[in-house]
Design a protein around this ligand. Structure first.
Ligand SMILES: [Zn+2]
Length: 425
């Protein structure tokens, strides 16, 4: 047997494997990426953990330290895993794996994008692309054209429209306004999905369900499903980009600003990074992001704005200002009673538990956030930042079968909060 023949035989075998292996196991960009939950055992360990994290700037922190014993969630690449886990174990941290393989979760959740439902049918139980969400906006405002009107806040950095709409029913009285926004952080897909579901119900069940009818009639509603369209579109590009959080503006070698650290209130003071590569980069200046500046200008021009909610995920928290300081604002009592009314109503639906309190006290100090600005700069007393489902089992990768339950319970929260605001204005 000549060498050449052996080589040919080996080559054939290799070829067969080359063809077969990808069928059996396709590694994706997030294969072997895991999410680790770390439990600090007191203030000392929190400080130590913060030091460990600051030494590894590339780590993707899903949930930062928020109290002496609150869990911290970190995504690790396979290359980081051994190093980080051994250093945590050396320092006696309690460690738990929340997600062992992110790629596996993504693969199991993948939506067939080739499937295009008929225009009139919108499947609320699925996550949708930006184009699909904008098409839904156009469609639902056509169907309910007597009570809705579309608005464009501004164009994003990459030229996409920040498309929202207003719901206003005939009323002999001037009413207060209420702003609801989703998708300011790109990877938090449950946020736009929950907003869309709730608003769809508000329109479809108006004059059918008495609670919803009262809710709709109580305010003039302004809805912006996707506040950060460039970031959101980017998370739909590929598995590799699914976990993007920021905008997509360019700053040196890195992209994006955290749009919830970019508002012009106590900007860059605490809980925000000045490093353009950080996930919490506050930007080169306050309102550097056209999306954030555009929304703030729009909000300033809404007369009688009394309610504001910026939906995020995850952690199940209903939070009021301030974010930049642990000091309580003068309206805290009413703001927090509003939160309590919301979470009590929410829990009655499926028993889902939310905590409430100020942003700084319940998670961590973070300056330049939306709710601080709407309250502190334009006087919207009932301003909230809400962290939707879950508490970390899936984190940002919440399965689509939780969209409708999340929408149903959050809609009840909104009904509870709106009733409280109406009685306490
Ligand atoms: Zn967020």
């Amino acid at each position: 047997m000549g060498l050449n023949m052996d080589f040919a035989a080996v080559s054939t075998v290799s070829l067969v494997f080359l063809v077969l292996i990808p069928l059996a196991f396709t590694a994706g960009p997030l294969t072997g990426h895991s999410v680790l939950r770390v439990w600090p055992a007191g203030e000392k360990q929190v400080t130590l953990l913060q030091e460990l994290l600051s030494m590894r700037k590339s780590l993707d922190i899903w949930k930062g330290p928020s109290c002496a014993t609150c869990p911290v969630d970190i995504r690790l690449t396979p290359f980081e895993y051994d190093d980080v886990t051994s250093s945590l174990k050396e320092n006696n941290f309690k460690v738990e794996t929340m997600i062992s393989d992110i790629q596996h979760v993504l693969d199991s959740q993948r939506r067939d994008l080739k499937y295009k439902p008929k225009a009139a049918v919108f499947d609320y139980s699925k996550y949708h692309t930006l184009d699909e969400i904008n098409a839904w906006t156009m469609n639902i405002t056509n169907v309910y054209d007597s009570m809705t009107s579309v608005f464009n806040v501004t164009k994003s950095y990459e030229g996409r429209s920040l498309m929202g709409f207003k719901i206003s029913t005939p009323s002999p009285f001037a009413r207060s306004a209420f702003w609801i926004e989703g998708g300011i952080h790109a990877r938090e897909w449950i946020s736009p999905a929950t907003v869309i579901y709730m608003v769809g119900q508000m329109l479809d069940r108006y004059k059918i369900d008495p609670d919803i009818t009262t809710l709709v009639d109580s305010f003039e509603w302004y809805i912006l499903p996707v506040t950060n369209p460039d970031g959101y579109a980017y998370t739909w590009q590929s598995d590799k980009t699914r976990l993007w959080r920021k905008t997509r503006s360019k700053h040196g070698l890195c992209y994006g600003v955290d749009p919830n650290r970019n508002w012009d209130i106590e900007w860059s003071k605490s809980g925000a990074s000045k490093d353009p590569c950080s996930d919490t980069y506050c930007g080169p200046k306050a309102f550097s992001e056209v999306e954030v500046k555009g929304v703030s200008d729009f909000l300033r021009n809404i007369s009688g704005l009394k309610g504001f909610i910026d939906f995020h995920s995850y952690s199940q928290l209903w939070m009021s200002p301030w974010g930049y300081t642990k000091k309580l604002p003068k309206d805290f009592k009413q703001q927090d009673e509003g939160s309590a009314a919301a979470v009590d109503a929410l829990q009655k639906v499926f028993g889902t538990k939310y905590e409430h309190g100020t942003i700084a006290n319940i998670i961590y100090t973070a300056s330049g956030s939306s709710a601080d600005w709407t309250y502190g700069k334009i006087g919207v007393k009932y301003s909230y930042g809400v962290e939707l489902r879950d508490t970390g089992k899936y984190g940002f990768l919440l399965p689509a079968d939780q969209i409708i339950p999340s929408g149903q319970e959050t809609l009840q929260a909104l009904i509870g909060l709106a009733a409280y605001i109406k009685d306490n204005s």
